[in-house]
Design a protein around this ligand. Structure first.
Ligand code: TRP
Length: 365
């Protein structure tokens, strides 16, 4: 990943994500593909989803109502959610609503091995926060299968069996790192991703950020190399762009809290952060009125586009008014703050409800 410097602005953004596609052998998410997808979600329509791996199989399953699954993992390292995770859940929700058997696992073993979060702590955080948060963000708890890595014997057995399907040299070439904890976690992750196919071979989709695409490629290799034993269908991937940091950097990160919005977040703090966020405004108001703003470079606009405005017409109106200079940066930021307040309040409400459901959920062993 270090080789590509991605600039989240305007056309640079497009060019650098293209480089990423080339470097990792991903397939671009094209207009032709988009046209075939039944009622695509806003991330697909707006090309926040920029690449995929072998999505055709999954599309075919959706269109012809054949069995397929969607799967994601929770890293229970924090007690907040990152906006990037919100994008994953939005795509998971799309697939769930289009017939996917849905799996959400808690990567408690990975968190223990790579972040020193004890299994007890990981379990507690997942039950108290992450799982209800995934439900609050739109997953249907009745239609979602949950499990913990640490208590799923089948997943652990799979990963043990898979361990002789990758060499250390290959591993280093893929990951550029060969810490035993990372090796174990990524092979365990391959176990997670293929586990739903133990009962029945079927296409699967794993929506992730581009930094996680390597896991999917590794899992596909493993599926191909265990064909004679398991007959797994190599899983498909769908990749979304990062949510940029409020200062315009490639990726929002909790290591720079002033430029990062998390879920939940304190609304007064959010206002302050939005006020300071990088804007696409001109140097003076008269220039702004004359030349208009550059929405592509504006982090408030990026937030609205990626996360907080569902309706394409509403987004287009804001884009055009801002671009023409009719709308000021202050006005745009007011809209962003309003939408964020609404979102945080709604999340809190849904979270309270979701927490009550957690004890009733079915965890598989
Ligand atoms: N490695 C993922 C992360 O860092 C967590 C994870 C574990 C996962 N197993 C998975 C994600 C399977 C997708 C599919 O967030």
């Amino acid at each position: 990943m270090a080789k590509v410097r991605i600039d989240p602005w305007g056309s640079f953004l497009i060019k650098d994500y293209e480089k990423l596609i080339g470097q990792y052998g991903l397939e671009p998410f094209t207009d032709e593909l988009l046209k075939k997808i039944p009622s695509p979600n806003k991330l697909m329509r707006r090309k926040v989803v920029f690449a995929h791996t072998d999505f055709g199989r999954v599309l075919d399953a959706i269109i012809h109502k054949k069995e397929f699954y969607a799967l994601t993992g929770i890293m229970p390292t924090m007690d907040k959610i990152h906006l990037g995770t919100k994008l994953v859940i939005e795509n998971m929700k799309y697939f769930q609503e289009h017939g996917a058997k849905t799996y959400v696992l808690v990567a408690d073993l990975e968190a223990a091995a790579t972040r020193e979060v004890s299994l007890e702590e990981g379990r507690k955080r997942a039950l108290d926060f992450h799982i209800p948060a995934y439900i609050a963000l739109g997953l249907d708890p009745k239609k979602t299968i949950f499990y913990f890595q640490s208590t799923n014997e089948k997943v652990k057995n799979l990963s043990f069996i898979f361990s002789n399907k990758v060499t250390l040299n290959e591993y280093r070439a893929i990951y550029g790192n060969s810490d035993p904890s990372r090796i174990m976690s990524s092979i365990l992750q391959a176990g997670d991703i293929l586990f739903p196919q133990l009962e029945q071979s079927m296409p699967g989709i794993v929506p992730v950020g581009p930094d996680q695409s390597v896991h999917i490629l590794l899992t596909r290799d493993i599926a191909n190399r265990t064909k004679s034993t398991f007959n797994f269908v190599p899983p498909s991937g769908i990749y979304h762009k990062f949510t940029p940091s409020l200062d315009g950097d490639l990726k929002m990160s909790k290591s720079k809290p002033h430029t990062c919005i998390s879920i939940p977040d304190d609304i007064d703090e959010v206002y302050k952060k939005i006020r300071k966020a990088l804007s696409g405004a001109r140097k003076s108001l008269s220039d702004h009125r004359k030349y208009g703003a550059i929405p592509e470079k504006d982090m408030s606009f990026q937030l609205l586009m990626q996360h907080f405005i569902e309706d394409d017409k509403e987004l287009k109106r804001i884009y055009e008014e801002y671009k023409s200079g009719k709308m000021t940066t202050g006005e745009l930021k007011d809209i962003t703050c309003e939408k964020l307040t609404e979102f945080m309040k709604d999340f809190e409400k849904k979270m309270e409800k979701a927490k009550k459901i957690v004890p009733k959920l079915n965890f598989i062993q």
